[in-house]
Every structure is written in structure tokens, then in C-alpha cells.
Design a protein around this ligand. Structure first.
Ligand code: SF4
Length: 350
């Protein structure tokens, strides 16, 4: 029998076609929260191995709250957008210290935790706790813009519309069904309307304008930055890493000194023998494109000790430090160039 409304049609389709994902096999709110944070800006198949490793390493809020930030960043290494990991870690400490170790059930309470925005709060509250609240991500925005033929919907209007649509029964499944429809059928280009469960109700499809809903946003020019990177090598082959300040881009991660150069490191560079320039490494962030220009410096009689955000690293020890992708590439190349036997954990991603 045909369904009478898009909600029933969508849920029935979801029941038939839902993709198996490790976080869909659990009702643990912490696990669902971790998956939602990892899935921001990252594809499902890329997230799965990270999620599984993370849950094995930090199986509970308690375990995460008690972990060192270094360990947390190493587990996140390669997933990119590291503020997600730092915020998750901070939020776990808040939950342990102020909320008795329980993940809040309501979206408004979840939103007070570090790194939890409107989308994540809605997703966790609806999926883990069955709360009737929407979760509007990019996929949902696209599907709703097409279903209701909205050219440039404002976020607040979409949110209201989505909240009204979420059914009291199975709100979490409904939100996931909308997201999944956007990810698999109602794709940005060439949506497969002939296989779509809500085809009958879709206004943009009826008007033949689905590919133009929502209208694309004007693309901004991405700013370019250049960063000098000092690859400082000691006589015994150890490489100098500094730790970036905790706040800000790539906060708390280690790197050969770039923009962040404590005074003692600047003095060390001034007294070092400058070596060759290396090939630049480009990294594209969501908001800027950075070209790192590395130069090797041979430290002479260096006495700068390890500690307080500075470390001389050799061999296997390097893989115990969380380096951003571009800086790890620079370190690897430098070591190859110097013929050293050091190794850097290989990872990909933003
Ligand atoms: S009919 Fe086409 S445009 Fe409309 S929701 Fe379905 S896939 Fe998207």
C-alpha cells in the first residue's frame, strides 16, 4: 500500500535500506556522540576505522576524561579538524566532573558542552535518547530545500521546518533517514529521483528544478598564507618539535617550529647553521590554504632541554607525538634527505 505521507515513506525506506555502521549497533550515547563528532566534515568509510580504534582506546566517558590530551590527539591523527578532538576531551571532563558521568539527554543541555553545536545536539538527543528534535546537516538542508522548493533557506527557518517534521515516534531514525537520503539518493548532483521514497511529495522535482535547490552559495576566495618552518636537527640526528598553544588551529599538536616559536627556540635557530631549503608543502584547510616552506637548520652544541612544549625526538618516539599531516610530511622528507633512520607515523586526511 502506498504511504500517505513523506515521513512514513521515508522511515519504511530507511528500514529496508539502512547502511550498517558500527555506531548504529549501539545505544550508548557516548559512542553515538563520538561518531557524530567524527562524521562532521568526514566520510563514513573514512571514519569507521578511527571510530573503532577510538572506542577500543577510550571505551567510556570516564576513559576519555582520564586520558592525556597527547594520547587523544594521537588517536585523532589524520582525521583533521583537531579542535573536534580537543573539545570532545574537554566535554568528557565536564560530563565526568559536573554531570556525574552522564551524557545530557536534552538538546539544550548538550549544546552547553564544548564542541557540541545545534546539529550534534539534535543528533545525539534524538538518536540516543529518542528526543523529538531535528538534526539539520548539509544533507538534510539539501533534501528539505528540494522537498519544499526552497531556493535559499535561512538556517533558522529550516530548523523550524525540520523540527515540525520530526515525528514523536522514532525521531532518531527519522533524522538518520533524512541524512541518509541526502547521502545516497538526493545527492548534490544528479539526484536519483526515480528511486526516491518521497518522490511524490517533492516540489522541486515536480518543477524540474531539483538540481538547483538549494541555490549554490557564492564561493569566497580562500586566503593564502605562507609559513616558514624550521627543521632543526641536532648532531645526534634528533629533530626538534614544539607544541602549539592549546587554543587555536591545530592546538596542542607537535610540529617542527612554524609560526609558534618560543624565545629559546628562536635563539637556537639564530645560532644554528642554516642548511638547504626543502620543497614546500601545501595544506588546504576549510578556511585557508597554507604553504609551508621548510628549511633545515643544523643545531650546533644545542643545549635546549626537553620539556615545557619542546621535545627532541628520534626514531620510534616520533610516532608517539601527534603531528598535523603537513608537518608530518615535512619531518618525513627531512629525515629522508638527511639519511636518518627516523620514522613518522603515516596518516592521511585534512
Ligand atoms: S525526488 Fe529527487 S530531488 Fe526530490 S527529494 Fe527525492 S531525490 Fe531529492
Amino acid at each position: 500500500m502506498p504511504h500517505e505521507n513523506p515521513t512514513d515513506a521515508l522511515l519504511a525506506h530507511f528500514d529496508r535500506t539502512r547502511r550498517d555502521m558500527p555506531w548504529r549497533r549501539t545505544s550508548d550515547p557516548y559512542a553515538i556522540w563520538v561518531s557524530e563528532i567524527m562524521l562532521q566534515q568526514t566520510r563514513v568509510d573514512a571514519v569507521i576505522p578511527y571510530y573503532e580504534r577510538w572506542m577500543a582506546r577510550f571505551p567510556s566517558i570516564e576513559a576519555l576524561a582520564g586520558a592525556d590530551l597527547d594520547d587523544v590527539l594521537v588517536q585523532w591523527q589524520g582525521l583533521g579538524y583537531y579542535s573536534r578532538a580537543r573539545n570532545l576531551h574537554r566535554a568528557a571532563m565536564v560530563v565526568r566532573e559536573r554531570l556525574g558521568g552522564r551524557v545530557p539527554r536534552e538538546a539544550e543541555e548538550l549544546r552547553r558542552l564544548p564542541g557540541v553545536g545545534e546539529y550534534t545536539a539534535g543528533a545525539v538527543a534524538s538518536i540516543a535518547f529518542g528526543r523529538r528534535v531535528a538534526a539539520v546537516d548539509g544533507n538534510v538542508r539539501r533534501v528539505l530545500s528540494r522537498l519544499y522548493d526552497l531556493e535559499r533557506p535561512r538556517a533558522a527557518d529550516l530548523r523550524r521546518l525540520a523540527d515540525d517534521l520530526v515525528p514523536a515516534a522514532r525521531p532518531g531514525d527519522f533524522n538518520q533517514a533524512l541524512m541518509e537520503l541526502g547521502a545516497t539518493i538526493c545527492t548534490p548532483r544528479s539526484p536519483r529521483c526515480d528511486t526516491c521514497p518521497v518522490y511524490r511529495w517533492c516540489r522541486a522535482r515536480q518543477l524540474g528544478v531539483q538540481e538547483n535547490r538549494p541555490r549554490p552559495k557564492q564561493k569566497k576566495r580562500v586566503p593564502e598564507e605562507h609559513v616558514e618552518t624550521a627543521v632543526i636537527v641536532r648532531e645526534d640526528g634528533a629533530l626538534l618539535l614544539v607544541r602549539r598553544p592549546e587554543e587555536g588551529l591545530l592546538g596542542g599538536m607537535w610540529e617542527p617550529p612554524g609560526e609558534h616559536r618560543p624565545a629559546a627556540v628562536r635563539a637556537l635557530i639564530d645560532g644554528a647553521d642554516p642548511g638547504p631549503e626543502m620543497e614546500p608543502v601545501v595544506h588546504v584547510f576549510s578556511h585557508k590554504r597554507v604553504t609551508y616552506r621548510p628549511r633545515i637548520h643544523h643545531a650546533v652544541g644545542a643545549s635546549l632541554p626537553d620539556g615545557s612544549g619542546v621535545a627532541w625526538v628520534t626514531g620510534e618516539r616520533l610516532s608517539g607525538y601527534a603531528l598535523p599531516v603537513a608537518q608530518a610530511r615535512i619531518a618525513r622528507r627531512a629525515l629522508r634527505l638527511l639519511g636518518g633512520g627516523l620514522s613518522v607515523a603515516s596518516h592521511t586526511g585534512a
